[in-house]
Design a protein around this ligand. Structure first.
Ligand code: F6P
Length: 377
């Protein structure tokens, strides 16, 4: 089913937009896209400062203003919004707001959004926690609530990529290339931990892109001993006689329960004197992976999802998220790569991604099993 024609919104109503949860590169590009698309249709946009905390407190900031042009009055984006499109982080600010988990905690936000004649809808840009908040709000308030997936973790259902994933992977590739430079100089092994919460996608995709020797992620379901075994195998295999290999790089996902320092100690204990002169070092990339100016891909996804999000609000669609190259069954938009999905379906799919029952997770794990022997070469 394709989206319908724009619903006419009452003059004077604005679209509200907020960024929430862990920031992701491309959030500003999404705000820019929403603001420009809305302005082009004569609709004002207000930014909510500080995510759901700001929505509770009524912390709003105009992102558009009126101008008079030779052809008549027009709505234009504020210049800062335009300039911020190429920046990382989020200029609107973000928050993790535990009070939003209860109906009482959401009440001030519902009251604000439902003020007569004030808002045409709310667009929420964020990951699963933020989209769960959007789903709850959509049941409670009088205006459309529409979500856009933004999280470096790539753990949002119904979207093959979220805003921020591509930039995070580029950062991981860059950091690992640099670590490999120094690792080769000393013939060292490195365990590099990357963010991703419970989702191993960044570690898996990063490992392929940098030619890592091994990758460790929660979805493998390995206990501590098996994790240490895998790391020892990779190091032994790489530094065995005749290979001439100069570095070992093991990517470890944040979700793996063994901390990096413990893993390195256990690996060194197991290797003992077997590989004299081989040091094993750990680097946790941490929040470095979340920063930086968004890549072309993240800006493009942000722009195209933003266009469809404004269209969804104008259609009066609520409790939906726009997904990028998502599964069959979504509501088609004017963009073949973008579809609308009900938020409860998105959240169900997100949970399945993490608990391993999703076909997407099974496919990712299978692919990594298939390349395990190749990575070690
Ligand atoms: O969800 C994005 C993310 O960066 C995760 O990868 C990570 O586990 C978490 O947020 C860190 O959150 P915080 O910045 O609140 O410590």
């Amino acid at each position: 089913m394709a989206q319908g024609a724009d619903r006419r919104i009452e003059p004077g109503r604005s679209i509200a937009v907020l960024t929430s949860g862990g920031d992701a590169p491309g959030m500003n590009a999404a705000v820019r896209a929403i603001t420009k698309v809305a302005a082009s249709r004569g609709i004002h946009v207000v930014g909510v400062v500080g995510g759901y905390t700001g929505l509770r407190d009524g912390a709003l900031r105009a992102l558009t203003h009126d101008v008079s042009t030779p052809s008549g009055p027009a709505v234009v984006p504020d210049p800062e919004v335009d300039a911020a499109g190429s920046l990382g982080g989020t200029v609107l600010g973000s928050a993790r707001e535990p009070r939003f988990l209860t109906p009482e905690g959401r009440r001030p936000a519902v009251a604000l959004l439902s003020e007569p004649g004030r808002f045409a809808g709310l667009i929420v840009i964020g990951g699963n926690g933020s989209l769960a908040g959007a789903h709850a709000l959509a049941q409670e308030c009088a205006v459309p609530v529409v979500g856009m997936p933004a999280s470096i973790d790539n753990d949002v259902g119904c979207s093959s990529s979220a805003i921020g994933v591509d930039t995070a992977l580029n950062t991981i590739v860059d950091a690992c290339d640099k670590i490999c430079d120094t690792a080769r100089a000393h013939r060292r092994a490195f365990v590099v931990e990357v963010m991703g919460r419970d989702c191993g996608y960044l570690a898996m995709a990063g490992a392929i892109a940098v030619g890592a020797d091994a990758v460790l992620f929660r979805e493998q379901g390995r206990g501590e001993e098996a994790i240490v075994d895998a790391a020892v195998r990779a190091i032994r295999g790489a530094f065995e006689q005749g290979r001439g290999k100069q570095r070992v790089l093991i990517l470890k996902a944040e979700g793996v329960s063994v901390p990096c320092t413990r893993l390195v100690r256990l690996v060194e204990d197991r290797l003992g004197a077997e590989l004299p002169g081989v040091d094993v070092r750990a680097t946790v990339l941490g929040h470095l992976v979340r920063g930086g100016n968004p890549s072309f891909q993240d800006r493009m996804i942000a722009g195209r999802l933003g266009l469809a999000a404004v269209a969804a609000v104008l259609d009066g669609a609520t409790d939906v998220m726009l997904g990028w190259q998502g599964p069959a069954g979504g509501v088609a938009t004017g963009d073949p790569a973008v579809s609308r999905y009900p938020l409860d379906e998105v959240l169900r799919q997100s949970a399945a991604l993490v608990d391993g029952t999703s076909a997407v997770t099974r496919r990712r794990v299978l692919m990594m099993e298939q390349v395990e022997g190749v990575l070690g070469l």
